[in-house]
Design a binder for this molecule. Structure first.
Ligand code: SF4
Ligand code: SF4
Length: 134
């Protein structure tokens, strides 16, 4: 009751309602800031950190990305007689340290963000899934 006595005109609530009504009936020149995902998608920022990719020709299998990963998400594995990183994105926090420390600029992060899987095994990206040729 004390609150109602103090705010009996309820300016705050009315102000909020006016904003809601304006949005609901699309009154005024208000920019749309949401998209109807998944039918529409937002433009991804160039520095967005999504799924990794490894340039097959640049990677030398040195393991520096593995050493620098704070979550232990990277493992260097054998693939067609060479060594490449395998990334467990279930453990990854997408910090980008693996990309920053790669001496060959072979590791990149793409704009891919739809990474949900039904099982944990699907979150392990082996070289077959990560390697790209530029
Ligand atoms: S991605 Fe870079 S840091 Fe990782 S093994 Fe390949 S060359 Fe080394
Ligand atoms: S983004 Fe970070 S946590 Fe993920 S694999 Fe690279 S270094 Fe590890």
């Amino acid at each position: 009751m004390a609150w109602i006595n103090r705010n009996w005109l309820m300016f705050g609530i009315i102000k909020g309602l006016v904003v809601t009504i304006k949005h609901f009936f699309q009154i005024g020149n208000r920019p749309v800031v949401t998209v109807q995902y998944p039918y529409k998608r937002m433009e991804i920022a160039s520095r967005f950190r999504g799924l990794h990719s490894v340039d097959e020709n640049k990677c030398i299998g040195c393991g520096i990305c593995e050493m620098n990963c704070p979550n232990g998400s990277i493992q260097i594995v054998r693939h067609h007689k060479r060594w490449y990183p395998q990334v467990n994105i279930g453990q990854c926090m997408f910090c980008g340290l693996c990309v920053d420390t790669c001496p060959m600029d072979a590791m990149q992060m793409t704009g891919e963000y739809e990474l949900a899987q039904r099982g944990r095994d699907g979150l392990v990206y082996d070289p077959d899934k990560l390697l790209v040729t530029e």
